[in-house]
Write a protein that binds this ligand. Structure first.
Ligand code: AMP
Length: 281
């Protein structure tokens, strides 16, 4: 596996023309969700940079940052099947934050006003700062992001448009365990009991999806809360339904429009997010 720590080393390893360089930014603790992005990137590009960097500025809770899982040995093992095309980039803080670890300020309008933006102050400034730094340094032709973090994806598309570096942002579907639980690095922080109980999140979203356009959003929220909060240590942080284009939560559904449900749930101290596109009848 080619492993580099600086952008300079990285550029020396880029053999292919820039027109076929993919980028998959991650925070490590890799799982099948990440691997689906990496698979797609290696299918579509001659070389792919996978970055592993736990970005401090996107964590609004110190405890969350301190507990964030890392396992580089396992990550490298998981990346082995793709290694011919991969450059694994593991930057130090000084590489991405030469002037100290702080985020820039951005204005993404309604895209960051609700849900993760409202519940995690400063989170998207941190995300945008690090993604901007990675895109600027690596200059890939395509960069891959998951719909698991749908709000983040929309923010990155807006950022990318603003940067105008000629990079294409590729959105990749959310990958779930067979049980329905969305793959997340944070799942490794759950006890076995919490993990099996966490299935309620996706199950309830799917149930709501079957009945979506018959209920008001308030009724759906109440139902979601009643199912999820019936379990010990589970607390709903938010339940929202919004149009993908503006991410403004709505109260009433219009059958002509497409929406997504967005949820965040505390399972003990671990916070999980999930999102499902509403199926129109
Ligand atoms: P993270 O390491 O959590 O920052 O995630 C790195 C990238 O992988 C982001 O673009 C995420 O949206 C994506 N990702 C994480 N989990 C999943 C999943 N279950 N399915 C698809 N993409 C995912």
């Amino acid at each position: 596996m080619v492993i580099v720590h600086t952008a300079e080393e990285l550029q020396n390893k880029v053999k292919s023309k820039k027109s076929s360089l993919g980028l998959v930014p991650t925070m490590g603790a890799l799982h099948l969700g990440h691997l689906s992005l990496i698979k797609r990137a290696t299918d579509e590009n001659k070389q792919v940079v996978v970055s592993i960097y736990v970005n401090p500025t996107q964590f609004n809770r110190t405890e969350d940052l301190e507990n964030y899982p890392t396992d580089l040995t396992k990550d490298i093992d998981l990346l082995k099947p793709f290694e011919k095309k991969l450059i694994l980039y593991i930057p130090a803080h000084e590489e991405l934050y030469p002037d100290g670890i702080k985020s820039k300020k951005y204005d993404f309008g309604s895209l960051t006003a609700y849900m993760e933006g409202a519940q995690r102050p400063g989170h998207f400034d941190g995300v945008a700062t690090i993604v901007e730094a990675l895109l600027e340094k690596i200059r890939p032709s395509k960069a891959y992001f998951g719909e698991k973090d749908f709000q983040q994806l929309q923010v990155i598309k807006a950022l990318n448009q603003h940067l105008a570096l000629g990079i294409e942002i590729i959105s990749c579907p959310l990958i779930r365990e067979e049980s329905g639980l969305a793959y997340s690095s944070r799942n490794s922080l759950l006890s076995l009991e919490q993990k099996s109980n966490a299935l309620v999140i996706h199950q309830t979203l799917e149930y709501l999806n079957k009945n979506a356009y018959d209920w008001s959003v308030a009724e759906m929220e109440l139902y979601f809360k009643s199912k999820v909060e019936a379990i010990k240590d589970f607390e709903v942080d938010y339940f929202s339904i919004a149009e993908p284009s503006n991410l403004i939560p709505v109260k009433q559904l219009d059958s002509r429009k497409a929406y997504r449900m967005f949820v965040a749930v505390f399972v003990g101290k671990t916070r999980l997010i999930d999102t499902v596109e509403l199926v129109r009848k």
